[in-house]
Design a protein around this ligand. Sequence first.
Ligand SMILES: [Zn+2]
Length: 275
Amino acid sequence: MLDTCRRASGRPFVHQIIESVLSVSVVARCRITPAAKMHAEDMGFLRRAMNASRQNSFSETMTGLVRAFSGHFRTVRAFHGCRPASFEPYLTHGLLPLSRELLSQHAYSLFAGKISRDEADVLVAKADLSTRLGVIHFGTDPRAQISEYGHYLIDGPESLCRVFDGARFSERRERRRQLGVPTMIDCAVPLELISPERQANLARHVITAFFSEQSDIPDEDSWDNDCSVILESPLSPKNILGHFHPAEIYDAHGDGAPYRSPVTKCRWCAEWPSG
Ligand SMILES: [Zn+2]
C-alpha cells in the first residue's frame, strides 16, 4: 500500500524505478534543483533536467514511471473526511459516489417536517453539483483535511450548500452542525479503481517527494504530503481500514479559533480504529 505520510516505506521502490528509468546525468541534474522549485503538477524540474541532458523523451519517460508505479502499488491509503450520524452504513455499504438520489434523501431528512420529499427533489435537481456528482473525494494526509480545510468535518458535505444556497443556507449549517460526529475514514483505495490520469497524478506526487528529499537544497516546508484522490465508483467496506474523530478542526468561519468537536468517540471506535 502506498502511504504518502510514511515516505520511508515507499522510498526503496521509488529509488529503484527512478534508477531503472532515468539516466545518471538526469538524476544528478534533478538533485541540484532546489526542492522549493519542484512541483508535482508539471514536473518541470524533471523536464528541464532531461532537456539539459539532451534527452527529449519526457512524455515517454513519464509514461514509464507511471506504469512502473501503478504496477507496484495495489492500493493507496487515503482518508475521507465527513460528519456522519453513524459509522454503520459505511461498514454495510462502503463509500458511495454522490448521487442526486442520495443527496435528496439527506436534504429531506435534515429538514425533517419542514420540506416535502418533492421539494427536496426539486432543490437537488437544480443544484450545481458539477464537481461533486458521481465522485468520492479523499486526501492522502488526514492532517491536511483537519488543519486546512475542515469544513466537511464540521458542516457535512459541501453538496448540501449547493442545495440550500438561499434563505435556508444558515439554517442548513446549524442543523448540520447538530447532526453526526466529525469523522476521518481511513481507506485502502485500490489503484485499479482510480482513473489513469489520477494514478499519474499520484505517481508525480510521490516521485517529486522523492526528489525533494534528495535535493542538495532541501526545503522541508515546501512539501505537502497530501495528494487528492478522487474515485468514480463505490468503495467496498473491505477497503475501510478504520476511522477516528479529530478533536480540533480548522474552522474557516471561526474567526481564527478552531472548532472543538464535542464527541471524539463512537460505539464503533474500539472495533474499527484507524491504525
Ligand atoms: Zn468512532
